[in-house]
Write a protein that binds this ligand. Structure first.
Ligand SMILES: [Zn+2]
Length: 276
């Protein structure tokens, strides 16, 4: 499932490729492509100019010269692709945007095999679209308040792994980067937030930020071939994973086999020696 680094990679790719383009036509090609809460059908986007691409956590949105934005959530397998003549067409096209800038035209495709991704036209308040309003700022956001996040984690009594996945405290971290951050910080995923010092919680936040910046620099992680950027390319961060998906592989720090446990309906990977 795409997490912050993958969504940020897509945002950067889209910024370079579609910003400044006008939407000639927007085609809704699947009954679940557009959220029922969307304030308008995709067809209403005709004539709108894309003025920027923004993101909070895993929510991505196209800013337009309109009083609304086009929000996109990639879900499990959503992809934005630019149709290229020398490549085979996408197989699970859910929406298509015919874009134009002067004499240049581009077809932007929203492809989504598992259909958990969605698009939605929404109003914004303080620059944030309706569906992302409950999401806390991510650590790369200028509005992110690290002190407040530390306090918010510390006052709960839940497993640190579960807390990291809670998008209302700090957003952007999913299963992959939570496991990686906890491995770096040497914290067992089942440790209660109430038992962690504020210094240790700060360390976990710093490690999450660090691992996600490294992943952004490598174009994200391609876990099951479903994540690709707008150029149809995969990220390389899976080569750098220390814990996530590394069951029985030696811990890069101490050589102890990485262990996998399941709680909260998710698997967690950790080093039983470094993360006690
Ligand atoms: Zn270890």
């Amino acid at each position: 499932m795409p997490e912050l680094p993958e969504v940020e990679t897509v945002r950067r790719g889209l910024s370079a490729l579609v910003q400044g383009y006008r939407i000639d036509q927007a085609l809704d090609l699947h009954p679940r492509a557009v959220k029922p809460e969307s304030i308008a059908p995709l067809a209403d986007l005709a004539g709108a100019k894309i003025t920027g691409l923004n993101r909070r956590g895993k929510f991505l949105w196209f800013e337009l010269n309109r009083p609304y934005v086009l929000v996109a959530h990639l879900g499990m397998s959503g992809q934005f692709l630019i149709n290229q003549k020398d490549r085979p067409g996408a197989k699970h096209v859910r929406a298509q945007f015919n874009l134009r800038r002067g004499l240049r035209s581009r077809e932007l495709i929203f492809n989504d095999q598992r259909t958990f991704g969605w698009l939605s036209i929404e109003e914004t308040a303080q620059g944030i679209p309706t569906s992302a309003r409950h999401i806390a700022p991510d650590p790369f956001d200028s509005n992110f308040d690290k002190g407040a996040a530390i306090k918010s984690y510390a006052k709960r009594n839940i497993r640190i792994k579960t807390a990291l996945l809670n998008q209302e405290i700090m957003s952007g971290v999913g299963n992959i980067y939570a496991d990686e951050a906890l491995w770096r910080a040497k914290v067992h995923p089942e440790t209660s937030t109430a038992d962690l010092s504020t210094k240790k919680i700060a360390r976990v936040i710093d490690c999450a930020t660090e691992v996600m910046s490294e992943a952004i620099a490598q174009g994200g992680t391609s876990f099951d071939d479903l994540y690709i950027n707008v150029n149809g390319e995969s990220g390389f961060f899976e080569q750098s994973l220390s814990a996530y998906g590394q069951t029985d592989e030696p811990c890069p720090r101490c050589g102890t086999p990485i262990k996998r446990i399941v709680f909260g309906a998710r698997s967690s990977h950790f080093c039983p020696r470094c993360q006690r």
